[in-house]
Design a protein around this ligand. Structure first.
Ligand code: FAD
Ligand code: NAD
Length: 411
């Protein structure tokens, strides 16, 4: 079989790429194909919990999965490397350090990047929630501001935390940060009234486009937690002193977090086809036109519903696409017909701090602790899919921040 063995290369071990790899390893016969999973880190980050890490309400270890612990090396090889570019003509991927990797079938699952909309100062002056390192940078900055206010005098901008964008990421982070601030005030003996969290949103509502009742509820919960919400207020610029709002008002802050949206990964641009906000348009089999051997899944690609317009980039979508992609890769290996991808959107839940959430599941609206419980079930169900009961128990045990190890983060 040796020479005949096809080589499948998967770029990115996020929700889409790891789901593809795990599904292949489960369904593929031994040596049916060579599968290589390329990721820049040796771990998978649980993005749906990164806002908790950023706020300091969850430990680092809880938000990462050691890739070797969920992969079977005889079926999926892990290659820790950074993808630099893709040559579809030559069927090659270029990795950092000059390494090249050829493929028969390619899965591009590199996720997304921050959308700055060309607003000045976003790249230079804001914190973002993208991966473990950027989330940890926020946690450290928040704690540093409290420490400095205790040690060398209080300054209002040090305890003013500005979150730009009240989409799902902005709301989830604001809720979590508000919970954490209460703890930090006690720890550093700082008056709670001195701390301000401002969430600035361009559109007239928080969670724009979401069910209006649920978005009103989310706003009310955040306000009850003390978050100042400014809707219909686009940020015009970010500076070293804070943000400038559309009416030239200056919001002075030492910590500005940019949660105003995402765009497809810049490497996806090299596949020269139509993109929408950097996300590559793909067909019903999740392939760019004219490239039958390439799949682009997750946040890097865009698909449209029959009526609803484009689907938003979510983990739910990336996981379903990963499973569909694995199915079709096996079909290609076995000369079977491909199956068109049909998303099954079960609902959307947004957390607003540790114990509260809001959303709809199978058409049913959920609020408060009930919604929060269901969100946790959904998050753990994903972990069960990639790492079985062992991973679920491991994460349930590792809920506290004390005694962090972070050994993987250093390698
Ligand atoms: P990712 O999961 O981002 O994976 C991309 C992978 O590619 C990463 O492992 C990355 O390290 C790797 N990579 C990137 N560039 C390179 C490179 N050049 N070389 C090598 N490797 C590279 N969605 C939901 O459905 N439910 C939620 O509750 C939810 N909560 C969220 C909370 C937060 C705070 C955020 C930020 C997002 C949340 N999302 C949620 C959205 C969800 O996380 C994304 O839609 C999902 O991660 C997309 O999966 P993906 O596989 O496309 O990309
Ligand atoms: P988003 O695009 O959903 O929201 C960004 C928000 O920022 C929008 O409301 C937009 O109006 C606002 N904005 C844009 N420019 C602005 C400006 N200049 N000033 C002020 N506000 C501005 O982006 P996101 O929240 O990062 O989410 C990205 C994707 O991840 C979405 O598809 C989302 O559904 C998904 N996600 C899902 C969950 C969940 O299901 N619980 C959680 C987080 C993220």
């Amino acid at each position: 079989m040796g020479d005949m063995q096809k080589k499948i290369v998967i770029l990115g071990a996020g929700y889409g790429g790891l789901s593809t790899a795990v599904m292949l390893q489960r369904k593929m016969k031994l040596r049916e194909a060579e599968v290589i999973l390329v990721n820049k880190d040796s771990y998978h980050h649980i993005t749906t919990w990164l806002h908790e890490l950023a706020a300091g309400t969850s430990p680092t270890d809880k938000c990462m999965v050691d890739l070797e612990s969920v992969l079977e090396p005889e079926k999926v090889k892990l290659l820790k490397a950074e993808v630099e570019s893709i040559d579809l003509g030559q069927k090659e991927v270029y990795l950092s350090g000059g390494q090249r990797l050829s493929y028969d079938y390619l899965v591009v699952a590199l996720g997304s990047e921050i959308e700055s909309f060309g607003i000045p100062g976003v790249k230079e002056h804001t914190y973002v929630i993208r991966n473990l390192k950027t989330a940890l940078a926020i946690r450290d900055q928040v704690e540093r501001m409290f420490r400095r206010c205790k040690l060398d005098n209080y300054r209002p901008e040090r305890l003013h935390f500005v979150i730009c964008g009240s989409g799902f990421t902005g709301v989830e982070f604001a809720g979590e940060l508000a919970d954490r601030i209460d703890e930090l005030c006690k720890e550093y003996q700082i008056d709670r009234d001195k701390v301000v969290i401002t969430n600035v949103e361009a559109s007239p509502t928080v969670l724009s486009g979401f069910d209006p009742e649920l978005s009103e509820y989310a706003k009310a919960v955040l306000e009850k937690k003390g978050v100042v919400i400014k809707t219909s207020t686009p940020v015009k610029a970010c500076t070293s002193d804070g943000v400038i709002l559309h009416d030239q008002e200056e919001c002075r802050s030492s910590t500005v977090v940019w949660t105003a949206g995402v765009r497809g990964h810049s490497i996806t641009k090299r596949i020269k086809h139509e993109t929408v906000r950097g996300r590559l348009k793909v067909d019903e089999y999740l392939r760019p036109p004219d490239h039958d051997d390439v799949f682009v899944i997750g946040d890097s690609s865009i698909i449209y519903g029959k009526k609803e317009g484009p689907y938003p980039p979510t983990a739910q979508m990336a996981v379903q696409q990963g499973a569909a992609c694995a199915h079709n890769l096996l079909a290609l290996l076995r000369n079977k017909p491909l199956q068109a991808f049909e998303p099954r959107i079960k609902g959307t839940l947004v957390s607003i701090g540790k114990k509260v959430a809001a959303g709809n599941v199978y058409g049913l609206k959920l609020y408060g602790s009930k919604a929060s419980f269901v969100k946790k079930v959904v998050d753990y169900h994903y972990l069960y899919r990639i790492g079985g009961l062992k991973l679920v128990l491991d994460k349930l045990k590792g809920g506290e921040r004390q005694g962090e190890k972070n050994s993987l983060l250093d390698h």
